[in-house]
Design a protein around this ligand. Structure first.
Ligand SMILES: *Cc1c(COP(=O)(O)O)cnc(C)c1O
Ligand SMILES: [Zn+2]
Length: 400
């Protein structure tokens, strides 16, 4: 049973009934339609100890997902391991270090949690064609779920997307349209996608909240899994690789669900990590700017492809998440990211792509700056598989 009560535009506060099936705000203001739940009713219906019991993956949490369960399209997403990182913990000097291994999702990144929900909603709505804008992983994931559901998929991707991601896209049957790179802080793939939505009536399913609020709900399940895996003890920190900030937003929504239900008492401190060559959100945090004054990065430069969005579309919620959870933002250089990939691979047997490993670099920096205490616990989200993009991290290719 779903307990969605309403959708509320994050920009203009317009409210929509769930049955209106709205995807974007009708005022075209690019406000994310935040999905709200009836926690009172839900709290009477499920007890904490029974939440998601006896099933696997994200759909065991369908009470807090915005799709009727009979429409669920699944490839086995979610239910990833929480690994105690013993050797890495010694190296960085934080004994309670954990890895949430999202490389183990069906297409190799956490985006599967989001796209599973986004595509399931498309099926519920009777949609036939979906479209996305992406630096790679979200599109590859959307293509796989579209294949499973029998939907047509169009993907506008940056020309810089790695060969591995393009191969996934085309083999899953998506139509790939490569678009020239980011200029003057604008991502041309987003414009191309919006034009297709307007002219063709296709269902938008990028991993940005303002263009599809349903998929944002998928990554919430990471928060539920972490606290369950820690026996309902909340870690002090969760370290989050951040590009468009949809992952951080989803995670925060999941934390808030648990707080509203009174199933946890304190949020974990959330720490977004961005590459130095593209860190608009971290800059806004450090300068204590409101979201409206956040400046897009004019020309992002980083080996972390998945973190190259020049504008954090979900930055409003992300800033709130960091501030309300008493978290901290941090940016790391490409050299530190390469080191993080190697440390993870050599010490923990986890093979991550650069975007997937930035959390290790971020935690290392937070520790050295004294922002994370050595007695605290931290969960690093390892968001994407190293097999996605070997060009930047194989030893013979020098970075810097
Ligand atoms: C998309 C992506 C991220 C960042 O998620 P956002 O929602 O864009 O902040 C991090 N890691 C990987 C591997 C990704 O594909
Ligand atoms: Zn609005």
């Amino acid at each position: 049973m779903s307990f969605v009560s309403k959708l509320v535009c994050a920009k203009c506060d317009t409210k929509y009934r769930p049955s209106e099936n709205q995807i974007m705000c009708a005022r075209r203001d690019f406000g994310r339609l935040d999905i709200e739940y009836d926690y009172r009713r839900l709290g009477r219906f499920v007890r904490r100890a029974d939440f998601g019991k006896g099933q696997n993956g994200i759909w065991r949490f369908s009470n807090l997902l915005p799709v009727k369960e009979r429409f669920a399209v699944s490839l086995g997403e979610g239910g990833t391991r929480l690994l105690k990182a013993r050797r890495l913990a010694d190296r960085i000097g934080l004994s309670k270090t954990y890895l949430k291994d999202e490389t183990r999702n069906p297409t190799g990144s956490f985006k599967d949690r989001a796209m599973a929900v986004g595509v399931s909603k498309a099926v519920e709505l009777g949609v036939k064609t979906v479209v996305t804008a992406s630096s790679g992983n979200a599109a590859a994931s959307l293509a796989a779920y579209s294949a499973k559901a029998g939907l047509s998929c169009y993907a506008f991707v940056l020309e810089s997307a790695s060969a591995g991601k393009i191969a996934q896209l085309t083999l899953h049957g998506a139509t790939v349209i490569k678009v020239r790179g980011i200029e003057k802080g604008e991502d041309p793939t987003v414009h191309a996608m919006l034009r297709a939505v307007e002219t063709q009536g296709w269902y938008p399913c990028p991993s940005f909240g303002p263009f599809n609020p349903y998929q944002v709900e998928g990554p919430k399940t990471i928060a539920y899994e972490i606290v369950q895996q820690m026996d309902w003890k909340v870690p002090d920190w969760v370290i989050v690789p951040t590009g468009s900030a949809c992952l951080l937003t989803g995670l925060w929504k999941g934390v808030r669900d648990l707080l509203e239900l009174n199933w946890i008492q304190e949020p974990p401190k959330l720490a977004p990590v961005q590459p130095e060559g593209n860190s608009p959100l971290i800059k806004a945090l450090k300068k204590n700017l409101p979201f409206e004054e956040l400046k897009p990065e004019r020309s992002p430069k980083t080996i972390a492809q998945g973190l190259s969005d020049p504008y954090p579309w979900d930055g409003d919620a992300a800033l709130e998440a960091v501030r309300k959870s008493m978290g901290e933002g941090v940016s790391v250089g490409d050299g530190e990211i390469v080191t993080a990939v190697k440390e993870l691979a050599r010490n923990e047997g986890v093979f991550a792509e650069p975007s997937g490993a930035v959390g290790v670099a971020g935690l290392t920096k937070l520790l050295s700056e004294g922002l994370v205490d050595r007695n605290e616990s931290a969960v690093i989200l390892v968001t994407g598989s190293g097999l996605k993009d070997v060009s930047t991290t194989v030893p013979r290719e020098r970075v810097e």
